[in-house]
Design a protein around this ligand. Sequence first.
Ligand code: SAM
Ligand code: DTB
Ligand code: SF4
Length: 329
Amino acid sequence: MTMTSATLDRNPATLQPSGRKRWTVAEVQALFELPFFDLVHRAQLVHREHFDPNAVQRSTLLSIKTGGCSEDCGYCSQSARYDTGLERERLMPIDEVLENARAAKAKGASRFCMGAAWRGPKDKDLEPVLEMVREVKKLGLQTCVTLGMLKEGQAERLADAGLDYYNHNLDTAPEFYGQVITTHTMQDRLDTLDEVRSAGINVCSGGIVGMGESRAQRAALIAQLANLPTPPESVPINNLVQIPGTPLAGAGALDPFEFVRTIAAARITMPASYVRLSAGRQQMSEELQALCFMAGANSMFYGDRLLTTDNPDADRDDRLFERLGLRSI
Ligand code: SAM
Ligand code: DTB
Ligand code: SF4
């Protein structure tokens, strides 16, 4: 007998302890295999059940500590192991961070996300970041940080400072992970997500596509995210931004429709999560971005820079929102 998703839905063995459906990789892959319009239609239906389809959340990113990272993530401009021409910088002074946060707020971002090129923060690194979180929050912005792996106790300190979200991506399928990163493991990432969840901070976790992974591996990444004990509140889907000097520069570009399929699969499997159209927008047409919103993306990075690469100009995004009748939240 072929296992349709309907038969699996009725089988209690496929339910999580929470009663939530557990997605097999094969089921997620079956979503990817649907005719494009069937998939996008299904994703729109799920999207409309859970969200206002014309509202998009906007987060602004800032790199507070750039370059010189010990890790070997094959896509990253900030790894000390690759010659990407990036200048290594010290932790940004808080005044400069706040200046950027005020500008982001004035432009209409609702969340400010601060990223550091660390394997993880040393305890002494954390103190100034806690101060940034407290001060950015006072400006009336939601706060997010992405600092790498957290040691015991660090998530609680971030929670006490009032941090709203911690970003920590699973990045790719468990089977592909070792081909992209060897200095830490998928299990390390899962452990940090546990720490963040237990501290009561909202989880932001997603991944990157376009790194030469197979469709089955894209499906495995989505299944892994959807099957977390609690799905992430926010799921960034990044399209690889190729950085000259990194091992992944020169990876074959992903079919843009496959990117849209990935967004749709995330929307269907994580119906109540914000799915973020993340890195790679600068290389996408506005029509392709509109298709991503139609497939259930309802969040994006807003502002002219990501961490070390360009993002579309904010004014251009404002015009796109007007043309599509989108409202920012
Ligand atoms: N060092 C921390 C970590 O790795 O968790 C935080 C910063 S790291 C730059 C945050 C995320 O950015 C990565 O997990 C990856 O998903 C994404 N990213 C980094 N470089 C990218 C690239 N060239 N293209 C697309 N996404 C990228
Ligand atoms: C995420 O998933 N994507 C953002 C954020 N979380 C930290 C980072 C994208 C980085 C793109 C490449 C760069 O600008 O260096
Ligand atoms: Fe370091 Fe994060 Fe870049 Fe990996 S993705 S090299 S951990 S900054």
